[in-house]
Ligand binder design. Structure first.
Ligand code: SAM
Length: 533
């Protein structure tokens, strides 16, 4: 490390480094390791890849892929289909996709097909969260869910923690399905520039104020400054003809641009190819470029910080890599938002008709990106929507608790004047939203919100059921016990109502209303018992 002599006391952290070897990736991993599940509490954006709609798209593609595989090779049904999720994060997507997969498997009469879903992440802090999550535990008990520590930047065995099975050519008889959401943008890239027909690697010099250094290491990523130096690439850069061919094509095609090369992801893909007898089916969603035209005329790469940092993924290069090495790919046509892509190794999509139809519908057709764009527009106008529109939107989201939490107050304010059909429609779908509840720290408890909905529609028995279900999540909350007491009273259970009001007043001894209820109910119960004597 060197200190420069300028007056702003900037420290040069590293000089002229290949991007994939930069300290940035270590800092990125440290961030996720330290934060664990808290990374998703108002820091790293994740709704776009963690909602029921994207999960439905993936589940539909996978079931079609399984059906095509069995049609092409009937013996496939005698072996499990493994699905490995990389850089799993919060686990909300995993829960939705596995739930939908199992529902589809049942609807299609395919219960005899064994599925093993593996949630992986490099940090054990995340794995520990999944292992004890109430929504996931039943799937572990059924043997359809497992966990694995897997760092894409390290070539190490992948062992399933519950089944104690190591993924490898013996276990992976069927093609390995891989889900990669917001992870190819998180692991290492190289960077290059093309100018006047020549290819240069972009080497990074990173500096930061001295106050951002601890133990000779930079601490906050946001305080780093990146400068680039160029160095002409002559001959083979990667010593891999499949990869070098892509660089050569870019050198000959681009007029003037800088681009990233997802080398960390490619290393991981090479390992997964090895483990799976070179049979991979990957679905990935990320920010990125899918058309070669969108890669020309770009400036040097910029990092976007949001707790961690992320880059635009060069999906075009990934597609080319699969094609060059005997595989296939499908990239959705460019549009704003995330890109969903499909890659296959040693499989040609023309031989997979159901999968191809699914890609037309769920990747090129109404894609996860389209869903997000529409959802965001709707979110901006919830306060102007009537209950019919809100109900239709909830149906569109697949009864997504994350959305309902944002509009629950609007719903309860509209209920008194709403028509019966709409209220009944919402009421009859509330169980779907409850089934979509995936607990995350510091987030709203949707079971409580469902209870409030039923309470506001005077369906006291249903409200009581959901208040009770909410109790382990919301804990000792005055409102919970007070509302439970009201529902118990309305369902003619005054003895329980009295207990609940007494519980509520312990939490808030100042509550006059609760005191009055206790006096009233004690009197009622005493009169009733006298009448019975
Ligand atoms: C941006 S988050 C994406 C999480 C999730 N897939 C989503 O879409 O919300 C990146 C995730 O990858 C994990 N991660 C970071 N570096 C990794 C690596 N080298 N190998 C495996 N996982 C990694 C982080 O712990 C985090 O869970």
């Amino acid at each position: 490390m060197k200190t420069d002599n300028s007056s702003d006391r900037k420290i040069v952290v590293e000089q002229r480094k290949r991007f994939s070897e930069s300290c940035l990736w270590r800092m990125q991993r440290e961030y996720f390791d330290q934060e664990g599940i808290n990374a998703w509490v108002n820091q790293v954006p994740f709704y776009i890849t963690s909602n029921p709609y994207i999960a439905t798209c993936y589940a539909q593609l996978v079931m079609r892929f399984i059906r095509d595989t069995i049609k092409n090779n009937p013996d496939a049904k005698n072996h499990p289909f493994y699905i490995l999720e990389l850089g799993t994060g919060s686990g909300r997507f995993s829960y939705y996709v596995l739930k939908t997969l199992l529902e589809l498997r049942q609807t299609l009469g395919m219960e005899d097909i064994a599925i093993c879903y593996v949630m992986s992440d490099f940090t054990k802090n995340n794995i520990q969260y999944y292992e004890t999550h109430p929504a996931l535990m039943p799937y572990v008990e059924q043997g359809v869910l497992d966990f694995a520590i897997y760092d894409l930047e390290a070539e190490r065995p992948i062992t399933l923690l519950k089944k104690n099975i190591r993924l490898g050519p013996d276990t992976l008889v069927n093609p390995l399905t891989v889900f990669a959401n917001y992870i190819f943008d998180t692991v290492s890239h190289d960077s290059f520039t093309v100018h006047e027909g020549k290819l240069y690697e972009l080497l990074m010099t990173i500096s930061t104020p001295e106050s951002n250094m601890r133990d000779n290491k930079a601490v906050e990523m946001e305080k780093l400054t990146i400068d680039y130096n160029v160095h002409e690439v002559k001959g083979s850069y990667y010593s891999d003809p499949h990869l070098d061919a892509i660089l050569e094509e870019y050198k000959n095609t681009f007029k003037d641009t800088s681009f990233l090369f997802p080398i960390g992801s490619i290393h991981a893909i090479k390992l997964m190819k090895k483990l799976s007898n070179n049979k991979l089916f990957i679905i990935a969603s990320d920010k990125g470029y899918s058309a070669i035209e969108s890669l020309d005329h770009l400036g040097h790469p910029s990092l976007s910080f949001h707790g961690s940092f992320s880059m635009m993924v060069n999906f075009h290069a990934l597609g080319k890599y699969f094609k060059n090495s005997g595989g296939d790919f499908f990239l959705q046509t460019p549009r704003k938002g995330i890109k969903t892509s499909v890659f296959c190794s040693n499989i040609q999509l023309k031989d997979m008709p159901e999968t191809s139809q699914g890609m037309q519908q769920y990747v090129e057709g109404f894609s996860p990106a389209d869903y997000f764009t529409l959802h965001r527009r709707m979110s901006d106008s919830f306060q102007e929507c009537n209950l019919e529109t809100i109900a239709a939107h909830m149906n569109f989201t697949g009864w997504d608790p994350h959305i309902y939490a944002k509009l629950a107050n609007r719903v309860t304010s509209l209920v008194p004047d709403a028509d019966n059909d709409t209220v009944n429609f919402m009421a009859s779908n509330m169980h779907k939203m409850a089934a979509n509840y995936y607990y995350m720290p510091k987030s709203d408890c949707i079971l409580f919100e469902i209870a409030v909905f039923f309470h506001s529609t005077k369906r006291h028995a249903d409200a009581l059921k959901y208040y009770k279900l909410a109790q382990p999540y919301v804990g000792e909350q005055f409102g919970l016990f007070y509302n439970m007491a009201l529902c118990e009273h309305h369902t003619e259970n005054n003895a329980d109502a009295l207990e609940s009001f007494k519980h509520a007043i312990k939490i808030d001894p100042q509550s006059k209303e609760t005191e009055e209820w206790i006096v009233y109910l004690e009197k009622q119960l005493a009169e009733k018992s006298q009448a019975q004597e």
